[in-house]
Design a protein around this ligand. Sequence first.
Ligand code: GDP
Length: 472
Amino acid sequence: ELANRMARRAVDVIKVLMKNGMMATVNDVIDADTAELVAAEYGHTVKRVADSDVLEGLKGGEDAAEEMQSRPPVVTVMGHVDHGKTSLLDALRATDVVGGEAGGITQHIGAYQVQLKTGQKITFIDTPGHAAFTAMRARGAEVTDIVVLVVAADDGVMPQTVEAIAHAKAAGVPIIVAINKIDMGGADPMRVKTELLQHEIQVEDLGGETIAVEVSAKKKINLDKLTEMILLQAEVLDLKANPNRTAEGAIIEAKLDRGRGPVATALVQRGTLKVGDIVVAGSEWGRVRLLQNERGETVPSAGPAVPVEILGLSAAPEAGDDFVVVENEARAREVTEYRARKRREARQATSSRQTLDQLLKQRAAGERKLLPLVLKADVQGSTEAIDGALNKLGTDEVGVQVLQSGVGGITESDVILAHASGGAIIGFNVRADKLARERAKRDGVEIRYYNIIYNVVDDIKAALSGMLAPET
Ligand code: GDP
């Protein structure tokens, strides 16, 4: 790539490197200082480009308070498999009053917005489960305002229910519990509520603050109550955005459509996206040729919390990428070329494994620094003992945040959670399965194995002391 940019042959660059005592092949990555040396040898002056040079000002500054207007909430549905997430999303889709006789929401574009009888709107992310939610967070996209946790009343709290709770909590997103399948013979909503207590979710009837609604997705019972509670929670959150500015948001889904070319579903988070805008999405860009909603209709623009499909991008971006509208094509090219290069470099970088130390150093200075950990052990007794011991290690300045603790081997889902929160994984008398190991390697998540509790505590204590701000 360096050779390319200087319009030289790669072998010539390699020769220069060898002359300077560096054995390299075309596939190797060289550091910036070396690259500068080589470039100087060819008579080029090097200008170092930092992230801030290219990306500064890409996103607009804060909006003035008087420009902010209420916006609909964005909701993700999570819960254990077969507890009715898909059924609930389908049932809620049908509550939309806009489609009317023309037909309701027909396309799966990754998110849909319903308008209720009252005129109020709610946006639902149309991919249930925490895998998509966390994958998006891992890419920096925080789109969900409220998580609806579906728990089947005949089955109770199950492993993925617990995972979903951990993911929502790690993201700091409030939970509304939808106790589903209350039409079933064996339904026992009270059991669900008491089981949730063990996972620090205390519903209102039991003196807590979490809203729980008993519903049936199948028989369409209490859906209006659920949407009412979502809107109530949204009111508490006081969700606002400035619609009168250039658009910014996140990519929810993207694909290469045979007929339409690259299609990306964008969720606008601030501003209004319009046909003709020049959009940068991750490392792709394009001029918006067409905007389409979840009913397959063409729309001229989309404001905050409105999901739309964008046609006109050069290629499909990735789910979780951010998007912004920029002033002109030159700016769009500058940003996307820079990002594409960065992504290539990141892929090539030999070892991107993050050590506990690095994770800690990245945390912002000043505030109490927390080391996020996922804890897996062979028996419940061990998780409790380790969890307890680790929690005692905290001081005013530093501490441990156990994102999730559980019994069993380390799975891909654990890695995704740790990655999304910038944390590490502790395995006590358990190993990671193949998928988890591969994922951890790819995402640079550290997995540490132990069989003596004392060693876990000792290591974490050492990591935490490295986290302390330098004494002045
Ligand atoms: P998901 O895996 O969480 O998306 O669950 P699904 O929506 O696919 O539902 C799993 C099964 O439960 C399906 O057979 C549904 O028909 C059934 N189901 C979902 N909601 C209800 C409900 O409220 N009552 C009853 N009786 N069955 C339901």
